[in-house]
Write a protein that binds this ligand. Sequence first.
Ligand code: GN1
Ligand code: MG
Length: 359
Amino acid sequence: MPPEILPPELAAAFPAAGRIVAAQPSGHGHINRTFVLTAEGGARFVLQQINGRVFRRIPELMENIRRVTTHLRAKSPRGLELVPARDGAVFVRDSAGEAWRLYRFIAGAHTVDQATDPAQARETARAFGAFQAQLADLPGGRLHETIPDFHHTRRRFDAFAAAVVADPCNRAAAVRAEIAFAAAREADADRLLGLLARGEIRERITHNDTKLNNVMLDDATGRGVAVVDLDTVMPGLSLYDFGDMVRTSVAAAAEDEPDPARVEVRLPFFRALVEGYLETAAGLLNATERAHLAFAGRLLAYEQGLRFLTDYLQGDTYYRIHRPAQNLDRTRAQFALVRGLQTQEVALDRIVSEIHGSP
Ligand code: GN1
Ligand code: MG
């Protein structure tokens, strides 16, 4: 099946959407496939195929999303809303066994892949902070872990080390410098896990994929209006969410920028993230969490670099690629960001204390 063609049976799988007259591929995700559907009468919807190789437990994942969207929509009405399939199911399987779900289209809002103005970073952080705060009282017990150990940096490091040893595509020899860079920072992998184990920070419901483009911004006001891409909403650390925002908002270059020299740390964007995040999430965070906001950015860039490098060594089986060495470019860009964040550590910590006062 060519990736951009919608299986015809899908158009009829969600009767509540009415008769579908158009389907357009959409989005830039590395994992799922997304289409915008238009029904007779003009109503629009977002149809997604959930990648079953990455997400092994789709019923549990969709139960999380049903609970989370129901809870959030009671607090902010522009959030994501699932459209039921036949018999009220939250997703359907096509004849090939692939899982699909449908959301109502959020009109009058857009996403940005790269921040061009600190206001975009501020709004994104405000929205993710509000998301965590609004989910703090989610009823019904602990959410399912849709991908176990998703941000467990120790396990991510171990998977990377195993890929170096196995080297199934004979790529390790050509990436010695990147392997050495990763190995030299191994100790960082245990830092937040240590704080968690000692009870100094705690688990919460987090988004776990807080890329800039996972917040929709209002077309007219630029305000963050909805958090999207809820597949990895599960128990996690606030610092993972904040760190992933730093990773995707602070660098002045694309995630797969081939020239690492262009990956520069933009302090005003970091400041905007801290301001936005503390505006909505300050009440959740303890002093240890506040003291690690800058470190979290470096850690998440490091973790993401490890994941890209692991995938490159394993032959590009996880992240969708559009050119041969894209996962290597992605690795190098992440590691350049790690280096930049490390160089700026004092300045970043100073920004946090200026905004919040010393922890
Ligand atoms: C994947 O599919 P997408 O682009 O939203 C990945 C994230 C990575 C991100 C890197 C389930 O997210 O963890 O940070 O790529 N999602 C999963 O761009 O692995
Ligand atoms: Mg995602």
